[in-house]
Design a protein around this ligand. Sequence first.
Ligand SMILES: [Zn+2]
Length: 55
Amino acid sequence: MPQRIICKGCGAVLYKGIELRSPSEVIAQFGGHCPNCGKKLEFSISSVEIKAVQQ
Ligand SMILES: [Zn+2]
C-alpha cells in the first residue's frame, strides 16, 4: 500500500510512493528541513506523519 510522509508543520507531502521508506531516510534527503515551511525535521517520526494512501 502506498505511503505518505507529511511535514507536521505545514502538511507538505515529503514522500509519497509505494516503496516503504523510513522517515529518517526521507528527512535526510531534504537535509533535515522541510522544503516548504523550513521547519527543522527531527530524525524521528515525531516531526512527520506517515499515512497510508487509499486510492
Ligand atoms: Zn513543512
